[in-house]
Design a protein around this ligand. Sequence first.
Ligand code: HEM
Length: 128
Amino acid sequence: MTDLDTRRKIDALLQTFYQQARTDELLGPVFLGALGHGDWSGHLGTVTDFWCTVLLGESSYPGGFMWKHMRLPIAAAHVDRWTEMFSSLIRETHMGPVTEEALRRVEIMGEVLRAKIKPRGERGPIIQ
Ligand code: HEM
């Protein structure tokens, strides 16, 4: 196993993750609702830019990560599933310092996302 330290490896990891997320019974409907059944390459490009900015010091991602999720019909259970699936995949396929940083970032972003969606919890998720 090698470290998660190039754009090519991050891109390949995300391709695999999205194949899993697309067919997941909890996450799949949210992704399909937001992105449709067609080509997700534009979205994958954005998410690759995001992780390359976080992990490799690029400035390819323009920002707006939290705002995008505030508009989605997601609850804490979605965040739990997302972070579990993504962390497991990272651990099964990579190792090294950048991999450790990726796992740490997933945890932090999961915490922030859970805290942001909590206030609307009692009313259920916002559906546009
Ligand atoms: C720590 C957890 C998460 C991370 C790091 C993450 C990362 C990202 C990033 C970087 C984007 C692109 C935002 C942009 O276009 O600027 C995105 C969009 C998206 N995420 Fe997440 N995500 C997380 C959790 C979730 C969860 C729990 C779901 C639920 C299924 C989800 C579903 C989506 C969808 C559907 C979009 C596309 C939104 C749109 O373009 O309208 N994400 N995510």
